[in-house]
Design a binder for this molecule. Structure first.
Ligand code: ZN
Length: 307
């Protein structure tokens, strides 16, 4: 059996598993076959694909169900999954992942496996995130202080995942969701998943908390009058704030030390890595853990004896 993990194209040529609907993981075309993904990811895929053919496929898609494929939460964004493929040898694919429980979402749990395919986004020892619970406190305090000073607080974050995390984290401030953040949040919602927010209203200029995607094409944000801005991203660790007043290093990815700990607990014979600092992470895993580790090659579609 062939397995395709976060493939560019979903087809009947193999078992297609999609971890989540961020653009660097989601397929760009859908051409038949069953699909392995969570309900939330399916809703996001339906909302994000462009072509009529792909939309049709996703409206009528058959959901994958095989004893050799076991999905579990990746703790990255709501609905994100890891996949354990068991064809005699166990291969765990993490997609993007975060091991820490937060805001009602369970973090990724390590699982014993023979081979591990892991993300390397922050796979460099220079990346150690501040404690996420402490960062939540820092962000809350900043919002509260800003509103108390009679200014609006505008948080910029990625529309899928981080924005819903901020919406939940800051619900006491009744966040206003702007543009693609509002559209994406509505796309994720269902009877069993609701968020607490108001749509951004350009006619309302009272001091408020706004969550938005980026500074370009502000579409009404200038009506807010006095405002302070902050970006929320793991990349703020390197001191970047993209011209905002503040940058908060809060991430929904594992940092380097969480990756190393996760690999150790999965105790695989072989690790493959993708997305990010692959070469550096491979070297660190070999040196620190004594486990064979190599980056996945671009377009690599099989793991030799594993599958
Ligand atoms: Zn992602």
């Amino acid at each position: 059996m062939k397995y395709f993990l976060d493939p560019r194209k979903v087809s009947a040529a193999g078992i297609c598993c999609v971890s989540h609907a961020h653009s660097d993981h989601m397929p760009s075309s859908f051409d038949g076959g069953p699909l392995f993904c969570s309900d939330i990811t399916l809703r996001c895929l339906r909302g994000r694909v462009k072509s009529k053919k792909s939309k049709n496929y996703l409206e009528n898609v058959e959901r994958g169900d095989l004893p050799s494929v076991n999905a579990s939460g990746a703790g990255h964004i709501l609905g994100s999954n890891m996949f354990m493929i068991d064809e005699g040898k166990k291969v765990l694919y993490t997609g993007d992942f975060c091991p820490q429980d937060r805001l009602g979402m369970e973090g990724a749990r390590p699982q014993k496996c023979d081979a591990l395919i892991i993300e390397a986004t922050y796979g460099n020892p220079r990346y150690r995130f501040p404690n996420r619970n402490a960062m939540m406190g820092v962000i809350r305090d900043w919002v509260e202080d800003t509103l108390n000073q009679g200014c609006s607080a505008v948080l910029y974050s990625y529309p899928l995942g981080k924005s819903q995390e901020l919406t939940t984290m800051l619900k006491e401030f009744q966040p206003r969701l702007h543009g693609s953040v509002l559209d994406t949040t509505r796309m994720m919602e269902a009877d069993d998943l609701k968020f607490d927010y108001l749509p951004f209203d350009p006619a309302d200029d009272t001091p408020q908390l706004v969550i938005s995607h980026n500074t370009k094409g502000e579409n009404g944000l200038s009506a807010l009058g006095k405002k302070r801005t902050a970006t929320v991203s793991g990349w703020c660790l390197s001191g970047r704030s993209w011209g905002m007043d503040e940058g908060f290093a809060y991430s929904d990815h594992a940092d380097f030390y969480e990756i190393i700990d996760f690999v150790k607990r999965c105790s695989p014979d072989q690790v493959y890595m993708h997305h990010g600092s692959e070469e550096i992470l491979a070297k660190e895993i070999r040196e620190r853990l004594g486990i064979t580790a190599v980056p996945l090659k671009k377009g690599q579609s099989n793991l030799g004896s594993y599958f």
